[in-house]
Design a binder for this molecule. Structure first.
Ligand code: GDP
Length: 448
């Protein structure tokens, strides 16, 4: 392992800029480039970590005054010797400091290389490393909370527990395979069945958390339905309010995919604006209607907006949406123009609202928030990562097969369990291939 260095803060003019170094030469490099005040020093023998003030120098010239944190491996983020320089946050300055570190023996770190080293040195498993990346990427509260529970090891802990159970079951079966005549090694099918079912239940519960984890992390796929001019855009602008942090047309997507994202109440809505739904002979319109249906089918939430007067077309839209029980919400807009009784077909949760005055929108926000709420204080882990979910599905399949094979010889069940354990290893990174590791960490930013 060589010694790596990178600017860890954003490349803008700022109060402070942090440069991170990690590797066997980190301390020696620091000694070369730093000058300490009297009685100062990087880190003394036997000390695990130290914070000190120092001058960053190049050929006798002082480039900056900085605060230096030294961590002696393995007591560091990467598990190696680490030195972090908190300099003044000038773009020119930081690049110059970085070049000095290169001249002193470090090399430029690749994206995610610090966290990759932390993983390779056993400081964290892959699920936690993925949590680090998700937390950096999080743009709103629910995504950050999902990432944090991943980062604090809740997912990793659940998997470790499952791994322990599977190893115990395998050991029991192997004892029998190796010593079939030995009474101690004898296993009862009931006992193995119970052990497998217990593991399968845990895995299935993690698998089924994925839907919610994905929604909280990536956003709620929302189909926005309604005739033209009922006030869909006005409503979205209102709902987004001041939190409207991203409103973009995502490049390269067509009209039948996400057209806008809106953040409100701490969750993200991925909006698909659909054409209306109506019986039509027109070929082009038919395509629009098909797309609207598909958007509804794929959505986690269907927001149907109606205007001051409801028509037959509104009824058709409502009927279509009502096929997706529990997903639909009816918004009767323009309530400022006068109160109207709800039509008889309004059997989904319905809210009179006004995009103009904002009336009724608080209730809509509360409803959506509670509909997708998750109790983060609960001990259970939430899966939000597609790679982890795929590994869990493989564990689930292997365990179900093991249960189906109970009547067969123990070695058949052992081979199913080995398959499940291989997927567990891939999930946590214990037996993951180099390619997968590279793929995961290359998505990180430089300096992390
Ligand atoms: P969309 O085609 O469904 O997206 O509808 P728009 O948001 O473009 O609104 C159509 C028209 O209805 C515009 O003139 C809006 O100003 C008006 N409008 C939207 N919401 C309201 C509302 O709550 N009250 C009133 N009075 N007018 C509204």
């Amino acid at each position: 392992m060589d010694t790596i260095a990178a600017i860890a803060t954003a490349p803008f003019r700022s109060a402070i800029g942090v440069i991170r170094t990690s590797g066997p030469e980190a301390f020696a490099i620091a000694e070369k480039v730093l000058r300490f005040p009297k009685n100062g020093g990087l880190i003394s023998h036997g000390q695990k970590r130290n914070v000190t003030f120092a001058y960053f120098t190049q050929g006798g010239e002082t480039l900056d005054e900085c605060v230096v944190c030294a961590f002696r491996g393995p007591n560091s983020y990467t598990g190696e010797d680490v030195v972090e320089y908190s300099c003044h946050g000038g773009v020119y300055l930081l690049n110059r400091v970085l070049r000095c570190l290169f001249a002193a023996g470090a090399r430029q770190a690749e994206g995610g290389e610090f966290t990759k080293r932390a993983f390779l040195n056993g400081k964290m498993d892959l699920t936690r490393a993925e949590g680090v990346m998700d937390l950096i990427d999080a743009e709103y509260s629910s995504a950050a909370r999902v990432a944090m529970q991943e980062l604090d090891g809740r997912v990793g802990k659940s998997i470790d527990e499952i791994r322990g159970d599977l190893l115990a079951t395998t050991a029991k079966l192997l004892a029998y395979v190796d010593y079939p005549d030995d009474e101690i090694g004898e296993v009862s099918t009931d006992e193995i069945s119970e052990m497998l079912q217990k593991s399968l239940k845990k895995v299935s519960s993690l698998c089924s958390s994925y839907e919610q984890g994905k929604v909280l992390k990536d956003g709620i796929r929302t189909a926005l339905c309604g005739r033209p001019n009922v006030g869909k855009s006005s409503l979205m602008n209102r709902l987004a309010g001041e939190d409207r942090s991203i409103v973009t047309s995502i490049a390269g997507t067509t009209r039948d995919t996400v057209t806008e994202t809106v953040i409100f109440g701490g969750v993200k809505l991925l909006l698909t604006d659909t054409a209306g739904i109506r019986d039509t002979a027109d070929e082009v319109e038919k395509i629009g209607v098909d797309r609207a249906r598909k958007a509804m089918e794929q959505a986690d939430l269907i927001l149907c907006v109606f205007g001051e007067q409801v028509s037959d077309e509104d009824r058709q839209i409502a009927e279509e949406a009502l096929q997706y029980q529990g997903k639909s919400l009816f918004l009767f807009n323009k309530s400022d123009l006068g109160q109207r009784p709800l039509p008889s077909w309004a059997t989904a949760p319905s809210f009179p609202v006004s995009a103009k005055t904002g009336a009724g929108l608080q209730e809509v926000e509360e409803f959506v928030k509670s509909r997708f709420a998750y109790d983060f204080s609960a001990e259970t882990a939430l899966i939000s990562n597609a790679r982890q979910y795929q590994c869990l599905c493989r564990i689930q399949t292997a365990l179900s097969r093991a249960l189906d094979n109970l009547a067969l010889t123990p070695d058949v069940i052992v081979s199913d369990l080995e398959e499940a354990l291989a997927a567990v290893g891939e999930l946590t990174g214990q037996t993951v291939s180099e390619g997968v590791v590279h793929e995961i960490f290359s998505r990180f930013c430089v300096g992390k």
